[in-house]
Design a protein around this ligand. Structure first.
Ligand code: SAM
Ligand code: MG
Length: 214
């Protein structure tokens, strides 16, 4: 089969990371992306901000929008308390196939449900099909024009509990202006920007953390 960037990234994991050791998987991917091929993972620098938000919240039920190769999935899943679940959505089947292997290599597959399909179709099915009551934590990192419509869907479907945290990547680069305007001006959220850099570069980018007030 044709070599693609995700497949080369997976090979780097299989060659350089220890099975069952999520940190070694994370390091192998960061090393591959810094020294061989850039890829759109949240990366190590923003990843440490993601880690602190997850650790502080200790979420029981989490949603990730945009799995790609499973880098941020592994980052989040390794920090979850026993019994917690992370649902991650990816509509590209080739990326999902790689992500499943990366997630298993890291040994966090028991905490993760990777669902293939478009977020706009899957979010309305979270309660009935996936048995979710509400999410404590949502990581938004899919296509940037979907951040706002999918946030509105999560609200309409009653999927955000009071105190739920939305963490949005790439709010500066490539940028999510409609989402930022909405989340910063809505009285239903308390929102704060964490300045950082686009993964594996020195270009400014950051994460927006927004607490749903109910
Ligand atoms: N979160 C990943 C990480 O940090 O390792 C990176 C995710 S990448 C930036 C965005 C991914 O979202 C791509 O793999 C793309 O195929 C997927 N995607 C984009 N729009 C989507 C949608 N509406 N539903 C499901 N997946 C989507
Ligand atoms: Mg991103």
């Amino acid at each position: 089969t044709r070599s693609t960037r995700p497949k080369r990234l997976l090979r780097a994991v299989q060659k350089n990371a220890t099975r069952g050791d999520p940190l070694s998987v994370i390091s192998a991917i960061d090393h591959f992306c810094r020294h061989s091929e850039w890829a759109m993972n949240v990366g190590d620098e923003k990843g440490s901000i993601l880690d602190s938000v997850v650790s502080e919240l200790n979420p029981n039920t989490s949603l990730e929008l945009g799995t790609y190769c499973g880098y941020s999935t592994v980052r989040i899943a390794r920090l979850l308390p026993p019994g917690a679940r992370l649902i991650t959505l990816e509509f590209n089947p080739d990326y999902a196939a790689v992500a499943r292997q990366v997630i298993s290599w890291a040994g966090v597959q028991d905490k993760v449900e990777l669902v293939e399909g478009p977020s706009g179709d899957l979010i309305p099915q979270m309660k009935e099909r996936f048995g979710v009551e509400t999410f404590d934590f949502v990581f938004l990192d899919h296509w940037k024009d979907r951040y706002l419509p999918d946030t509105n869907l999560l609200e309409e479907c009653g999927l955000l509990r009071k105190g739920a945290v939305l963490l949005a990547d790439n709010v500066i680069c490539p940028g999510t202006p409609e989402y930022l305007a909405y989340i910063r001006n809505s009285p239903r959220y308390e929102s704060r920007y964490f300045q950082s850099h686009l993964e594996y570069t020195k270009v400014e980018d950051g994460l927006e953390k927004s607490v749903f007030l109910g």
